[in-house]
Design a protein. Structure first.
Length: 310
């Protein structure tokens, strides 16, 4: 098992110990007790967390019933569906968020790509060192930790490839393998190539491409993380300030991955390639969970269906 899997399993067991199940003798735990526990969990946790706990219990009681020659209580326990409102839903109608349109992405791009200028602090022209970091997540559909741990040696400008090999865990303050061990090569998008190059100039191969401690010249304006990695909470605040200024719907940092995937699918990139670049296990997972429609119909689609040029 990978270190991430081991830690996830430990977290799940710790959660179980902190519930009423952890206070009971194993022989006294009934199927009703477990079902009640899972049902309560479904009120506030996602399907993936519920399923993780369900599978852990299933493995444990299978082993326990075999060694004690007792009935496996998990045989009559059903896996409940999450009742928690998804983070990607609108409050009014419970519908999934739509991806940013091309026009909205252009507005966000123009706002976030501006370099940080400390001489203009307090004005709309100030810019931010976090803006370009967010655009790399968007156009390279990296996870926050993967973008935060991106180093100069990971970018091959001659071949126009980013080597995704590690991720930064802000919670553990440690470098880990990417989620699902999804080491991969991602093409450098033309939208970010120039300022990626600018961010690498003058640095050693092992230096971070985006380093809050190095780029920050004014600690009052931009608090610096002790480890030097981009701070997730400040990146989130930067994104939300930009969205509020531009009048855009609020998206999270992880939503930017959805937006990037949707953007490139609309451009005609094969779903198989987008899935591989995103580090997903299957195309169906990418399209079912990450692709989001927009309210607009692209001109290419109209031309293809109608045969008429617009």
């Amino acid at each position: 098992l990978t270190q991430n899997t081991v830690m996830t399993d430990e977290d799940t067991m710790k959660q179980l110990f902190e519930t009423e199940l952890g206070e009971m003798l194993v022989l006294d735990i009934t199927a009703d007790d477990i079902q009640k526990n899972l049902n309560e969990l479904s009120n506030e946790r996602s399907d993936s967390i519920i399923k993780k706990r369900y599978l852990m219990l299933k493995m444990f009681f299978k082993y326990f019933s075999m060694t004690r020659q007792t009935f496996n209580v998990m045989e009559v326990v059903r896996l409940p569906k999450s009742k928690k409102k998804k983070a990607g839903c609108d409050d009014a109608f419970g519908m999934e968020k739509t991806a940013y349109t091309d026009e909205q992405l252009q507005l966000l791009y123009a706002h976030l790509r501006r370099p940080f200028d400390k001489t203009k602090i307090g004005t709309l022209e100030c810019g931010t060192v976090y803006g370009r970091f967010l655009l790399v997540i968007l156009y390279e559909y990296l996870r926050y930790g993967e973008a935060a741990e991106l180093r100069v040696k990971d970018i091959d400008f001659k071949k126009s490839i980013i080597h995704v090999r590690r991720q930064w865990s802000s919670r553990e303050r440690a470098v880990r393998a990417p989620k699902y061990n999804s080491k991969r090569d991602v093409p450098i998008a033309k939208e970010v190539r120039r300022f990626l190059l600018e961010s690498c100039v003058g640095k050693d191969s092992n230096d971070l491409v985006f380093r809050s401690g190095e780029l920050n010249k004014n600690r009052v304006y931009l608090p610096s993380a002790q480890d030097g990695h981009i701070r997730e909470n400040v990146a989130i605040e930067t994104l939300h300030r930009a969205e509020e200024h531009l009048g855009l719907p609020r998206h999270s940092i992880h939503d930017l991955r959805h937006d990037g995937i949707s953007y490139f699918v609309r451009r005609g990139i094969r779903a198989e390639d987008v899935s591989r670049f995103a580090g997903h296990k299957s195309v169906s997972f990418t399209m079912d969970r990450y692709y989001r429609h927009t309210e607009e119909i692209s001109e290419d689609t109209m031309k293809l269906v109608s045969g008429i040029s617009y």
